[in-house]
Write a protein that binds this ligand. Structure first.
Ligand code: ADP
Length: 162
């Protein structure tokens, strides 16, 4: 039988426990999830694409149903290239909804064979975003409860915190 493949795209700068929760729940629905780091020139990133991929790889601990990759350009083109049928996105608050709704509708128009699966954030993670994690870590706050241990370590290194 053909494998059910989903792409989970995002900036992942860096990956958080909120992302991981969506990823693990996504794996219940499909056979393979490709976590695809977007090369986004507009957003100034803390970690390079290679660093972000490495952090994701270490965080998923060799799970063989997860593939870590990156892409440039249109998501629909990437989804076609890797033969995926689904895109997974996480939804936190209403503020996520409008943008996500627009993107999913646009993508569906560009590629009728693709569907976006939205997963609601868990109650423990609804307030976590890569941006707030970077802000807190940058001021020396503890983010251990919100990111995988390797990410906490790398954040401390980036911000030169002992
Ligand atoms: P982008 O830069 O495209 O928003 P992100 O790396 O911030 O990408 O997130 C990728 C996806 O993961 C998005 O669908 C986002 O809504 C979702 N996500 C991020 N943080 C959380 C969280 N704490 N709970 C649920 N979903 C999340």
């Amino acid at each position: 039988m053909r494998q059910r493949i989903a792409v989970y795209p995002g900036s992942f700068d860096p990956i958080t426990n909120g992302h991981l929760d969506i990823l693990m729940r996504g794996l219940e629905l499909v056979d393979v999830v490709i976590v695809a780091v977007a090369h986004n020139i507009e957003k100034r990133a803390l970690f390079s694409v290679e660093e972000r991929k490495e952090l994701i790889r270490e965080s998923v601990n060799g799970n063989e149903n997860v593939i870590v990759d990156s892409f440039e350009g249109l998501l629909v083109d990437y989804v076609k290239k890797v033969n995926a049928r689904f895109v997974i996105r996480g939804l936190r608050a209403m503020s996520d909804f409008e943008y996500e709704f627009q993107m999913a509708s646009m993508n569906r128009n560009l590629n009728k064979d693709m569907d976006t699966i939205f997963m609601m954030t868990s109650k423990d993670y609804f307030f976590i975003s890569s941006r707030t994690i970077k802000e807190v870590a940058g001021f020396g706050g503890c983010v251990a409860d919100f990111v995988p241990p390797i990410v906490e370590k790398r954040l401390k290194e980036k911000f030169s915190i002992k």
